[in-house]
Write a protein that binds this ligand. Structure first.
Ligand code: GLC
Length: 742
């Protein structure tokens, strides 16, 4: 049997249950057996349910796969999920497994052994969301603090973990949705959405990595970014003209600091009109890029979805003629203020509009850019009063951060002004903005990625985005939006990135050095030390703030920055191999300790440290004036990366961390491929038991999709290293091995 439809008497509705594979079960409820929500923005591949075994008794319907048994009570629809050993992993709370109140759909589950709830996308505050309530509504909030909930991205997915078993829930609903994880009552958690259907997937682990693998099996995985996109990147709102961009590049050379990408922010455009170039500031945009490319720099421009309302502007005129912009139900085109003033917004839900946008991008692609930076795609609108204030403050009074609203005026979402709820999307106006809001950024990123593949099929791009939804990893890297140059935001990034990684997005980073406000030297040094472990490593700062390039903070800080940026490049073969793992399984690169040590009950407590792949444990310094910290080392032997001193875990140790040291420990049994002399790969081996999958390809083209790559398994037993080619489709590399103490 491939699916079972059950009547739920207490709701007078129906449940359709199907097994996506032996570990993933879909539960979909419908009022009239129509299952209107028969599409998904997050799950794009065709899913063919597998056969399952079913049994029936008077009160119960039972289905089983090779991993799970699911029992459904025929009287009230109550669902219980068991593993092979008959342990109940999850059960509905009382008979509230499905409840509809007006348009809202709810699902209540018992809190059992779950020690922690993680994931939920991009979240401030604690790593473990047990006892918290969270909302999903993409929001531009430049003043976020640890107690602010929703931000630029929405990922209605979580991982429930305890040392015995992990499972995940993906609530495939794009409306404004909520998760109350035992805040209202510690005996249950519940999730609900303002509208749509209750359509969710139960994803069994039993390990947390397997849950993420299952979740990304549904929502997709990242492509391999080009190798250069893993290097250091420099940005600023804005490098004002061609000369400044070139000077920045020259300075990197002069200072002997590697840098692969320079970004051009909104001021490269002609009056903030997307797909145009200001000819006064950038008279030779194409030539500038060509020259920079020769010197080893790539250029990535920003693109905003807001199209200036201007009758003499081609993109606007064409969009109007073709009827591509978002409208209200009454056919009136929606107009909102963004950088160019009055702007209109493409309806990215429509395939032809995405195609058109991708085509428009071609103008820039042909000028030699190497990627696209998608911004303001929550979509973010600046209300007209704010807009005037902002222009006054930023452009005339040189403010260092956006105005804060007096608290008596501060109502929810003050800064998140977005398209009106009256806007309707789609060919036949079949979607309300309430349904599309959270996926607008995802669809823009998709347009951008697909447009790139059409325009420049021979090269992988770097696409980054601020807004997104579950599945964004297929198209884009994500940065965590507008943070500040404050210690609290350095700290918050450690947690946000762990949860975003668990949510299936591996290519992530925060603005290194902080975006708003001036960065102080000590904070900058600490942020660079941490930033080399962000999968996406970009320094970016806001208009009117102090310049934030590595040489802006004095010689000592610059030396620290150089040392760490160079270390990042040294670790590139290791990092690229981790990206391969992310592409294959969805495993994050920056990992919570519980991912590597799922059975360790203490691992969840140390959210201020993380794993960089399977080998490095990183314990950042996130407080001013600190030069030592406690580090929790899970079970096993650990090497201090800096002096190779060994430690036995589990243990908490005190480590010195003068300004130029971030505590890093390497797990015994690690094999770390690093960049060596010439084209050689240096394998640094830390004695013990372990293995590592080393991946390589040309680093730039899509040839890997045709099998043109190498995959090598290195295995280590005591201090004996062996290697085996699992796949050999690319030229051979020379490896040089150094075994520690060996
Ligand atoms: C938004 C972006 C920021 C960018 C600025 C100007 O605030 O988040 O990164 O620099 O817009 O384009």
């Amino acid at each position: 049997m491939k699916e079972k439809i059950l009547y739920i008497p207490n709701q007078d509705e129906y449940l359709k249950v199907s097994a996506i594979n032996n570990k993933i079960i879909r539960f979909h409820f419908s009022k009239d057996r129509e299952w209107r929500h028969n599409y998904s923005f997050a799950i794009e591949k065709e899913i063919l349910p597998i056969d399952f075994i079913s049994e029936e008794s008077e009160n119960e319907f039972l289905i089983s796969t090779s991993f799970l048994k699911i029992s459904m009570d025929k009287n009230n629809g109550n669902i219980k999920i068991y593993d092979r050993e008959n342990n109940c992993i999850l059960s509905d709370y009382e008979n509230l497994g499905y409840k509809r109140v007006d348009k809202k759909v709810y699902c209540y589950k018992e809190i059992k052994e779950e020690t922690a709830f993680l994931g939920f996308g991009e979240r401030t505050g604690d790593l473990n969301k047990k006892g918290k309530k969270l909302m999903n509504w993409n929001t531009d909030n430049p003043h976020h603090t640890p107690d602010i909930d929703h931000l630029y991205q929405s990922h209605p997915f979580f991982l429930a973990w305890n040392p015995q078993v992990s499972y995940g829930i993906f609530f495939d609903n794009t409306y404004r949705s909520y998760f109350d994880m035992g805040r209202e009552n510690e005996n249950y958690y519940y999730f609900f959405a303002e509208d749509g259907e209750l359509d969710y997937y139960f994803i069994y682990g039993p390990t947390p990595k397997e849950v993420i693998e299952g979740y990304t099996e549904l929502t997709g995985r990242c492509y391999l970014p080009p190798v250069w996109a893993l290097g250091y990147q420099q940005s600023r709102w804005s490098y004002k003209d061609e000369n400044e961009v070139k000077k920045i590049a020259e300075k990197f050379k002069e200072e002997n600091i590697p840098c692969n990408v320079i970004y051009v922010d909104i001021d490269y455009m002609d009056g903030f009109r997307v797909f145009t170039i200001d000819k006064n500031k950038f008279p030779n945009f194409e030539k500038m890029i060509e020259e920079l490319n020769k010197e080893g720099f790539r250029v990535v421009p920003i693109i905003d979805p807001g199209v200036k309302k201007d009758d003499s502007y081609e993109v606007y005129k064409e969009g109007i003629e073709k009827n591509y912009f978002c409208k209200r139900e009454n056919e009136e085109i929606f107009v909102g203020h963004v950088w160019p003033g009055e702007s209109v917004f493409p309806d990215f839900v429509r395939e032809e509009v995405r195609k058109w946008w991708g085509e428009k991008q071609r103008v820039l692609v042909e000028k030699g850019i190497s990627g696209i930076w998608n911004d303001m795609n929550e979509p973010s609108i600046i209300p007209s009063f704010d807009y005037k204030m902002m222009r006054l403050l930023f452009y005339h009074l040189k403010f260092k951060e956006p105005p804060r609203v007096p608290s008596f005026l501060e109502k929810e979402d003050f800064y998140s002004k977005t398209l009106s709820a009256e806007v309707v999307h789609g060919e036949n106006k079949e979607f309300t903005h309430d349904e599309i809001h959270n996926v607008y950024g995802l669809l823009m990123a998709k347009a951008s990625f697909e447009g790139w593949r059409d325009a420049k099929p021979e090269e992988r791009p770097l696409i980054i985005t601020r807004a997104g939804f579950s599945g964004i990893q297929k198209y884009s890297a994500v940065w965590t939006g507008d943070n500040k140059s404050i210690w609290e935001h350095l700290y918050m990034s450690i947690i946000m990135l762990q949860n975003l990684g668990i949510s299936g997005v591996p290519f992530i980073g925060a603005d290194v050095g902080g975006f708003w406000r001036d960065c102080e030297p000590e904070l900058f040094a600490r942020w660079i030390e941490l930033g080399i472990f962000y999968p996406f490593f970009r320094n970016h700062s806001a208009t009117n703030t102090k310049n934030q390039e590595p040489w802006e903070f004095g010689e000592h800080i610059e030396d620290i920055a150089r040392k760490y940026i160079k270390l990042r490049y040294k670790l590139m073969p290791y990092l690229y191999s981790l990206f391969y793992e992310a592409k294959e399984k969805g495993t994050p690169i920056l990992r919570s300790l519980i991912l590597e040590f799922p059975k360790d009950p203490n691992a969840i407590k140390y959210e201020d440290e993380f794993m960089f792949g399977p080998s490095f444990l990183v314990a950042p310094i996130y407080e001013k004036g600190k030069n030592e910290r406690d580090v929790y080392l899970p079970e096993g032997t650990w090497y201090n990366f800096w002096n190779n001193e060994t430690f036995k875990g589990p243990n908490i140790i005190k480590v010195e961390a003068p300004l130029d040291i971030i505590p890093i420990f390497v797990k015994a049994g690690s094999i770390i491929p690093m960049r060596g002399e010439g084209n050689k790969i240096e394998l640094r081996v830390y004695p013990g038991e372990g293995e590592f999958l080393y991946y390589e390809d040309d680093g730039i083209s899509w040839d890997y999709e045709k099998g043109i790559y190498n995959l090598v398994r290195f295995s280590l037993s005591k201090d004996k290293l062996s290697m085996e080619y699992i796949h050999k489709g690319f030229k051979e590399t020379e490896f040089i091995t150094s075994i520690l103490n060996g």
